[in-house]
Every structure is written in C-alpha cells, then in structure tokens.
Design a protein around this ligand. Structure first.
Ligand code: COA
Length: 228
C-alpha cells in the first residue's frame, strides 16, 4: 500500500511482524536510550530493520542507520529516506538522491482527531476546507491533515534544518485523488525566528489502510529553493 504514495524510483517497505524484535546493529543500539521503554525499543527496532531491508533493495547492505542528536535518521550518502511508526505499523521510503531530493512518510491510527487538538493542528482556513469536504468526516479529515503535516516536516527538515510549527504549513487535501499539497508559509531557526523555507509547496499522497492512514511526500530537485 505505501508504494502507492510515491513515484516509481522510490523503494518502500512495511515492517513485518519479525522486524519489530530485531536484531539491531551495535551502532543502532547505541542510538537508543538504555532507558527506552519496550514500546520505544520495538518501534525503533522495526524502523531500523525495515530500513536496512529497504536499503538492500537499493544495493546498500548492512548499513547501520544511526540517528542524529535531533533524532533525524542518518541515511547512507547519496540516499534520501523517511520512516514512520505507530504502535503496530511501521514503514520506510528510500530513494537514490538525484531527481528526488527529499522524502517524508507518516503513519497514524485512522481515528478522528480530537476536537481540542484540531485547533492546534489546523488553521481556520484548513478547518473551513475540512468542513466543506462532503466525502470525508471532519475529524478524519483533520487526522489526514495532521498526518500530511508530519510527512511534510520529515521531508523539509533534513534539507533545511529548520523547524515548522503546525500553523506554518497549510494542507489542501484532494480526497478524490488521494493527493495533497503542503504550502510552507514560514520556517523557524533554533531561536524560533522566522526564516525563508527551502520549499514553497510540497506535494504528497495519502491513503487509508484498515485502521491506519499513511501520508507520503516526494520533493524533486526543481522544487527546492537555493540554500542560504
Ligand atoms: C519528527 C516528528 C515529526 C516525528 O513524528 P512522531 O510522531 O514522533 O513519530 P513517527 O513514527 O511518525 O516518526 C518518527 C521517525 O521520524 C524520524 N525523524 C525524527 N526526527 C526527524 C527529523 N527532524 N527529520 C526527519 N525525520 C525525523 C525518525 O526516523 C523517527 O523514528 P526513530 O526515532 O525511531 O528513528 C515529530 O516527533 C516532531 O519532532 N515534531 C515536531 C515538529 C512538528 O510536528 N511540527 C508540525 C508539523 S508541520
């Protein structure tokens, strides 16, 4: 199912049951806090084992996927990727860097976003658009917006190393085609000051699969603004 979120050169893989229990490579183990609870250990492990299996499909074998201090995964040189996990589902998307320069993937449980969270995640404009969608209940549409924003963040951050708040990104869902756009209104540096985003608009796809919703963003080279 995740493959439907990305164009063809992107390799995607969903974690199998066995991948949630390992094994981790020593360099990966070192990135996991010794105090990590079992849930965290299992999701981290699923991400790593699944990522290594996906990288093998690109011809990269036994690559230890370490994490930067900010948690960003450190993909092999010349590879872009993203991973996501959510309790019982985990997926990875990877591609050789070239025409594709960034990927973002997110999975969430497909339940309506709680009312008190909707205002934190969605702007007034987004809430009005959600309310006007006839084929998607508002709470579920808000969850789709949340999932799309998380995927956009994971695509944008590795390129820009800047932060995005929920209201810095505006999502337009097209439920008929399962596509969305993420317009980056502004980005923020470490100090929280506004800086120009590296991307104006990210394009993505979303899909429901059983009890989950997945969102994937692909950034191509011409869409990337020049760096500072
Ligand atoms: C990074 C973030 C989006 C991850 O989401 P999450 O709900 O914790 O969980 P997910 O399973 O979907 O994704 C986690 C994975 O994303 C990856 N990730 C973490 N930080 C990342 C970053 N800065 N850039 C890219 N990928 C990142 C990691 O691989 C991580 O898994 P791991 O720690 O096991 O390696 C989120 O935790 C975060 O930092 N949010 C702050 C910013 C935000 O949400 N802004 C609003 C959206 S516009």
């Amino acid at each position: 199912m995740i493959e439907s979120l990305f164009p063809r050169p992107v390799v995607t893989l969903e974690a199998t049951e066995e991948m949630w229990s390992g094994p981790l490579l020593p360099e990966e183990e070192a990135c996991l806090s010794p105090r990590a609870v079992l849930k965290r250990r299992r999701e981290f492990t699923a991400g790593r084992v699944c990522a290594r299996a996906a990288l093998e499909k690109l011809g990269v074998r036994d690559f230890p996927l370490r994490a930067a201090p900010d948690r960003m995964p450190l993909w092999p040189p010349g590879i872009v990727g993203s991973l996501s996990h959510c309790g019982d589902r985990c997926g990875v998307a990877v591609a050789r860097e070239g025409a594709i320069v960034g990927l973002g993937l997110d999975v969430e449980r497909a339940r309506p976003l709680e009312d008190r969270v909707v205002a934190l995640v969605c702007s007034e404009t987004e809430r009005a658009r959600i309310a006007s969608l006839s084929d998607l209940p508002a709470g579920l549409a808000a969850m789709a917006v949340f999932c799309a924003k998380e995927s956009a963040y994971k695509c944008h951050y590795p390129l820009a190393r800047t932060f995005l708040d929920f209201h810095d990104v505006e999502i337009t869902l097209e439920p008929g085609s399962g596509t969305f756009t993420a317009t980056i209104l502004k980005a923020r540096n470490q100090e929280g000051c506004a800086v120009p985003p590296r991307v104006g608009v990210l394009r993505g796809r979303f899909a429901w699969s059983g009890d989950h919703i997945w969102a994937g963003v692909t950034l191509t080279a011409p869409e990337l603004q020049p760096g500072p």
